[in-house]
Ligand binder design. Structure first.
Ligand code: GTP
Length: 597
């Protein structure tokens, strides 16, 4: 296709502002699927995404649109994830396009992620078309929101497209705006092949599928290709695009997006951000790639039943096949036995992986408290990257510890400002800015990431009754007065419950955790002491008094099947317990420890 008849675009929006609904409408309008195939929300393909209503993996769809000028256009739509954890995936989708539709809910207005995404699009030199969605809602205030887009983002919104993705109102106007207001791609058919690897995933039938954006030259079936970063050479055996059905056209030209397969079995052979070139006539230089996505949150995952360890390893391996940003390595814990230390892009990412392991792979897991990466500066001048409290060196050998900070943007209705300011202060935040835009407060804060990974997002939502939105970016490392807090149960340290905390928070946290554990650890035949300690100094203590536990006493004289049921239930309970010395700690105690602020 002639470059002037191609448009590559993405849709950027805050969560729930209607990105997926609009994408589905565009696909429907352009006839990519018939009515029977047009399931609701085709772009959100994974079950968990569907249930949680979030888009995780970037996908691309080619639309064919006959415009008012009489010409037929090839429109390539890149879907982008809406959650802050996946900002990196947004960035790489944007790098493959020339323009964006900025979807804003006309009843909600600009939110924190609208801002974060739009700034990323501007960084990628995108042309941006504002789209006001949900104008069918009685609460929609298109004029006010247009003004807000101009005030907050500084984008001309006078010719914003007003639509209802739900009812299908004005969908054609969106397509016309894409054709007339977004620029076509640039590229040279005669130049040596350069194609950007935008994404890759493992498909059980096709092997590794690579999503590409061709910049120069041509990609064809049978061509010998070379991955410029890894040097690997392969033969392209399938070349095509998604409509969203996979169509094997056999060729991709400059400016086009699509997929290839090349008999690759291991996803690690394809590096997202790499450049594909032709073996016969290679390009002199690769394209500017992407920075790799680096995990920022780590935790241990242990099977409740030790016999499940191999099953857990296999399951993690399967998940990693389709999620290059997810990392894991084997770990042993004195308390929890054999498990894995895993790295995630953020807390939502962690929750999604954990949920998939439990649901799709039928695993029962214990998750340890999430940790960030600390830089431990030793007295001998070496620096250790530490993300597991168990690896904390002897304090005598430590000179100082640096911790990661973030720059957070929080948007919220005025009435919740007091509560949110208090929350940020309690989490050691430093206020950078406070402004008012279109009836909402916009707060900019610097916060230590370790104060955010626990339950900051949940607290933010509950204090603001769900009305605050939040986005962040990493903001470098700073020295902090950090200590390792251990939890001891009858004087035995439970390594899985130890955490790195700021000294000023240690006592408060320690006390809360001991109180929580006291409620959660069932009474046993002997007295149990639960203590929090820094080094050898105990900072909090609770005692669980002894009790005789005999479930059968309850059904004295009862029939045998009821007794058996109770015994089975008790056994079931046991399975989810962990033995510490003589003390049994239920799985729920570990989970509760995680939820601690
Ligand atoms: P993520 O996938 O989480 O990023 O969300 P999204 O931006 O894709 O939002 P989605 O399309 O899932 O829409 C969120 C909700 O808004 C759904 O319940 C939609 O049915 C609803 N919605 C979308 N467009 C409209 C609209 O034009 N009018 C009304 N009334 N509701 C809409």
């Amino acid at each position: 296709t002639d470059l002037s008849h191609i448009r590559n675009f993405s849709i950027i929006a805050h969560i729930d502002h209607g990105k997926s609904t609009l994408a589905d409408r565009l696909i429907q309008y352009c006839g990519g699927l018939d009515a029977r195939e047009m399931r609701e929300q085709v772009l959100d393909s994974m079950d968990i995404e569907r249930e949680r209503g979030i888009t995780i993996k970037a996908q691309t769809v080619r639309l064919t649109y006959k415009a008012d000028d009489g010409k037929t256009y090839q429109l390539n739509l890149m879907d982008t994830p809406g959650h802050v954890d996946f900002a990196y995936e947004v960035s790489r989708s944007l790098a493959a396009c020339e323009g964006s539709l900025l979807v804003v809910d006309a009843s909600q207005g600009v939110e924190a992620q609208t801002l974060a995404n739009v700034y990323q699009a501007i960084d990628h030199n995108h042309e941006i078309v504002p789209v006001l969605n949900k104008i069918d809602l009685p609460a929609a205030e298109p004029d006010r929101i247009k003004q807000q887009i101009e005030d907050v983002i500084g984008l001309d919104a006078s010719n914003a497209v007003m639509i209802s993705a739900k009812t299908g109102l004005n969908i054609k106007d969106v397509l016309e705006a894409i054709v007339t207001r977004l620029p076509p791609p640039k590229g040279d058919l005669e130049a040596p092949l350069k194609a950007l690897v935008v994404d890759s995933w493992y498909d059980p039938y096709l092997g590794v599928v690579i999503l590409v954006r061709v910049v120069d030259g041509e990609l064809k079936v049978g061509q010998k290709i070379r991955m410029m970063a890894t040097g690997a050479t392969k033969e392209a055996d399938r070349v095509g695009h998604f409509t969203p059905k996979a169509v094997q056209s056999g060729r991709l030209g400059p400016g086009e997006m699509g997929f290839i397969t090349a008999g690759i079995k291991d996803i690690r052979e394809t590096k997202v951000g790499d450049t594909i070139t032709e073996e016969r006539r290679p390009a002199a230089e690769p394209l500017e790639g992407f920075k790799p996505s680096v995990p920022v949150v780590f935790c241990g995952l242990f099977p409740t039943d030790a016999a499940e360890f191999e099953h857990l390893r296999e399951s993690l391996g399967k998940l990693a096949l389709n999620d290059a940003s997810f990392q894991f390595e084997a770990e042993t814990s004195a308390a929890l036995g054999f498990g894995f230390r895993c790295g995630f892009l953020g807390l939502l990412h962690l929750e999604i992986i954990q949920e998939r392991l439990e649901r799709e792979f039928n695993l029962d897991l214990i998750t340890t408290a999430p940790s960030v990466i600390y830089k431990v500066h030793m007295t001998d001048k070496s620096v250790i990257d530490m993300h597991n409290p168990a690896d904390m060196p002897d304090p005598i050998r430590i000179d100082h510890i640096d911790e990661p900070w973030i720059r957070a943007t929080i948007m919220l209705p005025d009435e919740y400002l007091g509560g949110i300011l208090a929350l940020c202060t309690e989490r050691r935040g430093q206020q950078i800015d406070l402004t008012y835009v279109g009836g909402r407060a916009m707060l900019v804060y610097k916060l230590p990431l370790n104060e955010v990974v626990f339950d900051f997002y949940d607290r933010l939502k509950s204090i603001s009754r769900g009305y605050a939105s939040f986005d962040y970016q990493m903001d470098g490392y700073e020295t902090g007065d950090l200590v390792k807090m251990s939890i001891l149960v009858n004087a035995e340290p439970v390594d899985a419950l130890s955490t790195i905390v700021h000294r000023s928070q240690a006592e408060h946290r320690g006390r809360l955790l001991c109180e929580r554990l006291k409620e959660l650890i069932p009474r046993q035949l002997f007295k149990i002491a639960v203590q929090a300690a820094i080094g050898s100094r105990v900072i909090a203590r609770e005692t669980i008094s002894a009790m005789r536990k005999d479930v059968l006493a309850k059904c004295y004289g009862g029939d045998i099947s009821r007794k058996r049921k109770l015994l089975d239930k008790q056994k079931e309970g046991k399975k989810r317990m962990r033995q510490f010395g003589e003390v049994e700690i239920p799985q729920s105690a570990f989970i509760a420890a995680l939820k601690m602020g």
